[in-house]
Ligand binder design. Structure first.
Ligand code: SF4
Length: 252
């Protein structure tokens, strides 16, 4: 699954850019999901007095509202982006306003000055394209290409297909640095052509863990521990001296 985020100041053209990306990717046959970050403290779809709200107040979490036209699963807290992405099984996920991730970023801006204002943000290292209002009057900004999503949606999709790579994990730097950097730094290096997606050691993972059918990334150290312990156990079982693939399911 490939993931990218479109960030930028209010009214810089983020949502229009995302609409064009989703439409363009769909036209090319990809399945697309989206995530919208809401920067409004009081935001909640579920309102006091509804039946689902009463379920929540009674202690249910999550609560599902199943209607004729849509199904909404309501969690009683703000989830981590990695936990949210674990629910998606699309070819692409386009996020709006999310910077807390290792994914590539498209920056929507009003002007050159607006871009300059973002230069010191941590996420700026993962910006691979400029779009939004500013892109209507520039073709590049200091080596970063600028594309107007309205005038050249096809060009925008071409770049996304070329540059956005399979989703990387997003571990804290003290959890793993087996590629020589953090997950976010590796993402930045890949976008600058200084590294490959395959440099993430989890690319060659020899053990996978699924909890409730969701694949859970495991840092290399823990992978090694789990793998060695399970192999040692299995090899001692009669008839299992040469295992090539082991599956274990644990039910609670
Ligand atoms: S090896 Fe993979 S999981 Fe480890 S820091 Fe690098 S990108 Fe992250």
């Amino acid at each position: 699954m490939k993931v990218l985020s479109v960030v930028g100041t209010s009214k810089s053209g983020k949502t229009t850019t995302i609409e064009k990306i989703i439409e363009g990717l769909k036209k090319r046959g990809y399945s697309v999901g989206s995530v919208k970050e809401i920067h409004y403290e009081k935001f909640a779809i579920d309102q006091e007095g509804t039946n689902t709200y009463r379920h929540k107040m009674a202690g249910a979490d999550p609560v599902t509202a199943r209607g004729y036209k849509e199904t909404d699963i309501l969690f009683g807290k703000s989830l981590d982006i990695e936990d949210i992405l674990a629910f998606y099984k699309n070819d692409y996920v386009i996020m709006e306003g999310v910077t807390e991730s290792s994914c590539p970023i498209i920056l929507c801006a009003h002007s050159k000055e607006d871009i300059e204002d973002k230069k010191n943000e941590q996420y700026f290292k993962r910006v691979f394209l400029i779009s939004g209002v500013a892109a209507s009057c520039m073709q590049e900004y200091k080596g970063l290409r600028a594309i107007d999503a309205i005038k050249d949606a096809g060009g925008l999709i071409d770049i996304i297909e070329d540059e956005v790579f399979e989703r990387l994990p997003d571990f804290p730097p003290d959890c793993c640095s087996a590629c020589g950097s953090s997950c976010r730094e590796l993402s930045s290096r890949i976008l600058k052509g200084k590294a490959e997606r395959e440099d993430c050691v989890l690319h060659k993972a020899s053990i996978t863990l699924k909890v409730n059918e969701k694949e859970i990334p495991i840092v290399p150290f823990v992978q090694g521990l789990l793998r060695d312990s399970i192999l040692a156990l299995v090899k001692n079982l009669k008839g299992c001296e040469k295992p090539s693939k082991i599956s274990i399911k644990i039910f609670d």
